[in-house]
Design a protein around this ligand. Sequence first.
Ligand code: FES
Length: 359
Amino acid sequence: MTLKINFKKIHKWVAVVVFIQLFIWLGSGFLLGKVDHSKAAGRDTKMHSTDKLSAFNNELIDIQNILKSYPLATHIELVNLLDMPVYRIRMTSRQHAYQASEYVLINAIDGRLINLASLDAAILNNRLIQDIAQASYKQPLKAQETQLMLAPIEDLPRERNPVWQINTLDSDNTSIYIRANTAQFITHVNDETRWRDLLLMLHFMDYFQEGSFNNMFIKVFGFSTLILSGSGLWWLYRLVRENQIKLIWWTSNKTVLLRNYQKDDITAFTASKNSSILSALLDNDIPIQAICGGGGVCGTCKFNSNGDIRITDAELTLLTKEEIATGLRLSCQHSLSEVTEIELHSRNKNSNKSANKSG
Ligand code: FES
């Protein structure tokens, strides 16, 4: 069994997919230009805060004592958590804060463990979560919903750590996000942010919400475009090689003899010698079947040539060996310059006949 690859079909369907994605890319890009980026970044609601330590009077626990309890720590820092000095101890090494990581938080004054990353422990620290959220939010927090979320998180597609979500229920449906393992404020997400993120997802083809420009879909799209370009160039090469595409600077007319089905009646027709035989026949009101309109895929525009005429790929696909051997060819595949006399295939004879009668 031989597998015949139909390049035209591959080219056509890849082109459809690429065109749809191109349309989405243009549309989402246009709408991105209309987004209120200041609002989407949460500047209307965010309070500037820092975890840099301010001056304090209490004596801190010796860091050496802390490290004895955590010999596998990769990094330790003293930070400010709502004016409370806290040792933030990193147990796993990660390049980005959103990557899954393990931290231990210890009150630097009394040595108490601060755990926001599990529901049980967080009940004890619920007030702390509320206070961190309030510290990031310009207005007083009133009605709200609080929940601990695990990846994947719709508003934060890249985040891989447990996160506290505090829904403010304000008019923009702002949600405040706090990373549970570090007690750090992450961001505010409102309806404008969600709209912007949806457009970015469409624009960068991040359909699996990887949160990255370098996602699987964009690679597939790039590869498809490469196939499209390659198959297009190959197709163009074949068309030029088969003389179906020519650069024409100047052309002249040519008269070709048309033998009727009885071979005792010859007429003639004239057209540009570079036009296809099919176009020349139709331009001269000579009926011929051409279901695909000259696309080279239906095989209905047959004619007989009296000369030795080349065989195209479309003819090898659509005609039988016997038909080709008897000189049958497709009129959409050849130009007038290739023939001096033709005879239309028998399927067209009836229509010629009726045309003659009505004439
Ligand atoms: S018109 Fe269909 S193959 Fe020529």
